[in-house]
Design a protein around this ligand. Sequence first.
Ligand code: GLC
Length: 418
Amino acid sequence: MSQDIPVPAPRIERFERLAYGMFIHWGVYSQLGRGEWVMNREQIPVAEYTKLKDTFTAADFDGRALARIAKNAGMTYITLTTRHHDGFSLYDTRGLSDFDAPHSAAGRDLIADFAEGCRAEGIVPFFYHTTLDWRWQSHSCDEARFNEYLDFLHQSVEVLCTHYGPIGGLWFDGDWSRRTADWKHDRLYRTIRRLQPEAMIINNTGIGNEGKVSHPDVDSVTFEQSMPKALDRRGHAKYIAGEMCQTMNSHWGIGASDYSFKSPANIIENLAGCRKVGANYLLNVGPTATGAIPEYEAAALAVAGRWAARNAVPVYAGKPTGIACQGRDFVLAADGKLYWFVHDLRIAGHGQVTVSVGGAGPRAAQGFQQPIRQVRWLDNGESLAFAQNPAAGVATVNFTGYPYGTNLVVRVAEIELA
Ligand code: GLC
């Protein structure tokens, strides 16, 4: 088998540079505040559930405002649930279904608002679309009905690919509900390539099947709720990207009584952990009944966004290297430089003020192929002493602690090569 790594297609290369995106789970279920699976978990009858559209005003839903929150968070794209498993579409299905935003109290096409708002802020819109549909019982219906459903599904995707301008990609979810079925992927993906040639095709393989390639047309594999692993691309015909999607607490759709939120520090570490292996990080928010991002979520994202902005070059353009570090540290390469992501570094303060003194000192890593000219902290430019054994490819850097008054959670050192 060849050891060559295939060259990524331009859309896949662009996707990797997007690096960090916002996932949004929002729909009529958000009014109940018990997650996006509430219809299924509480066995709400279809007729009763359908009434939720009559109170779904989307009064606070503003595509541009969402895009601004994402931008402020350092996110470059948003993947929004255009339709989830409950079958409600945030877009105008143009006659395919009455269970859509124009037929709800909102009375408008929310995906048009979303796509326009994203573009106005330079954010790339991605469309999540379910393939599992509880209204059609698509997970259990007979073959004839399933094929009828697939026609409806594919026509729905065609609507999304036709009326909202160029999109970053389609993100499908639900094929795991019927693993052995013929989902007619060739037909669906051909339609997407024809109408949206630059769109990424992503199809969630679900929990327990992280990183699996389900079809040759898939452009990025998914890691649902688990840190991505490095993808071994040697000898493969196609370069495929990777993306981890993750909830901010324990639900995708808003859980009004779910307090298990991630902190900005968790978000920073997870973003770093994704970039370590070259994967994107798609972090979810669950807007309120009316479509606003909850305050805590926006605030936590903004803090992590400051970290991303300070470390922009390696965070967005950094590629994994073969350099082996200790612990959670790793080194990325970008624009001819190397970037050492230093974890577990403490504040170099006074012992009676800062409890967490420690972490500073020499750290060695192996795999440096070129001589180093200079090492400095990216945040304050402070030069760091280093020693190198070129024959062994080992470099040791004497990392200083955080100056009192700062703690960036993961601190990045820039390495200039001679
Ligand atoms: C799961 C869930 C779904 C959620 C998705 C996001 O597949 O069924 O509710 O949208 O994960 O990755």
